[in-house]
Design a protein around this ligand. Structure first.
Ligand code: FMN
Ligand code: FE2
Ligand code: FE2
Length: 396
């Protein structure tokens, strides 16, 4: 428990969740997470910016006690997802005078998700301001950070941007500010990949919209605060840019080793040709690592044997996930082994319909690979090298 000052009148009162290891029953959290909540005290009014996951309501309440808060005028809701909104009903119960300040879309979600009564809302629109007395919040609607109702707020006097999930990281740390940019870079990239990458064009728009503002501090809803905003803004510019990196990812699964030998051969063939490559043995992979790698890799080769006339379900999972996340991948193909026939290649390739990829010639062989099959994998490595070179994707 802690209530820590960021700038005079602004305290971090959120909760560090050291032990959480899974989010949305989908995303592993190797480093835990935090649900950041901020308290702003103006000369006239007091506002709480977002709350915390409902499992941590008691800790938020204790932090509000530590901050010495006696009354609350506003709860600013940037996002209706429960990791930020889940404690709003408890805070409203504790402070009967408080109103939830949010945009129309977020209000509608909060009514449906948390059954907050209509009279507890103040609905604001894009660009509107709220004065707390010497502290002025400007609301910036930012639909599709990953939900349609998200918004940011900007504290004018102190040039603090409260960016919600945008620019955040899944990283539990006792440091209020970024302790190590290298570590937070990885964590923030993973988080971008997992929830924001499918909305890359909206994310680019948000970056452009913010570019004209003077921002001294970025206070996201997850992970430490940025006192060097350019670090995370530049990283996001790179991730959302159309350029891809000279990198081949090979998510694969193998039951009895045939596909495994093919993958091993292709890895060596790519290394010999000077092309960076990273395999992901899907059943053993942290799916967040794969998502992070998908952010900027030029090529994805999915490896799967045939199981009951189709691809292995683990390969289906990886292909389905890649298709959902919509990375900027340029080239894709399928390799693997079958016994008596089926539609594994067509099924996997057909699952990548949301990606703007050029499909390269698959290498799909019967049984354990032979000389001719290794030669086909060498030709695939040649083709990948040629494609990368033709597109100018050569730096490693
Ligand atoms: C549970 C199971 C189901 C299979 N179903 C099919 C199938 O429907 N069609 C087919 O061609 N081969 C099928 N096979 C054979 C495998 O695709 C073949 O043995 C392949 O070489 C396995 O590659 P791996 O060693 O990379 O796992 C199946 C094998 C297993 C273990
Ligand atoms: Fe969210
Ligand atoms: Fe969140």
């Amino acid at each position: 428990m802690a209530a820590r000052e960021i700038v005079p009148g602004v305290h971090a009162v959120g909760v560090i969740d050291w032990d959480r290891r899974m989010f949305d029953e989908l995303i592993p959290l190797p480093d835990g997470t935090s649900y950041n909540s901020y308290l702003i005290r103006g000369s006239e009014k007091t506002a709480l910016l977002d709350t915390v996951d409902p499992a941590k309501t008691a800790v938020l309440m204790a932090n509000l006690d530590l901050a010495g808060i006696k009354n609350l005028d506003y709860i600013i809701a940037h996002h209706a997802e429960q990791d930020h909104s889940g404690s709003i009903p408890a805070v409203l119960d504790r402070f009967p005078e408080a109103k939830v300040v949010t945009n129309q879309k977020c209000r509608d979600f909060l009514v449906d998700l948390l059954h907050i009564p209509d009279e507890r809302f103040i609905v604001i629109s894009d660009g509107e301001t709220l004065s707390l007395g010497g502290k002025t919040l400007e609301f910036i609607l930012a639909p599709w950070v990953h939900w349609p109702e998200t918004m940011f707020s900007y504290l004018k006097e102190d040039q603090v941007l409260f960016s919600c999930d945008f620019l955040g990281s899944r990283y539990a740390t006792s440091s209020l500010y970024v302790p190590d940019e290298g570590v937070i870079y990885e964590s923030a990239k993973r988080y971008y990949a997992e929830i924001m990458m499918p909305f890359r064009s909206s994310i680019k728009g948000h970056l452009e919209k913010l570019a004209t503002r003077d921002i001294s501090v970025i206070a996201p809803s997850h992970g430490p605060i940025y006192d060097r905003p350019a670090f995370i803004m530049d990283a996001y510019r790179d991730w959302t840019d159309d350029a891809v990196k000279n990198m081949v990812l090979i998510p694969y699964v193998s039951m009895h080793g045939s596909t495994q030998v093919m993958v091993d051969h292709l890895i060596d063939a790519l290394i010999e040709r000077g092309i960076p490559v990273k395999p992901f043995n899907i059943p053993k992979t942290d799916i967040g690592d794969l998502a992070e790698a998908l952010v900027d890799a030029a090529t994805v080769v999915i490896g799967s044997p045939t199981v009951i006339f189709g691809p292995h379900p683990q390969a289906v999972y990886a292909a389905y996930l890649a298709n959902l996340l919509r990375p900027k991948t340029r080239y894709a193909t399928v390799i693997g082994s079958y016994g008596w026939g089926g539609k594994a290649v067509d099924t996997v390739a057909g699952m990548l319909d949301r990606l703007k990829v050029e499909l390269l010639e698959p290498v799909y062989i019967r049984g354990y690979p032979k000389e001719a099959d290794f030669a086909a994998l060498d030709r695939l490595a040649d083709e990948i090298k040629k494609k990368h070179e033709e597109a100018g994707i050569t730096a490693s």
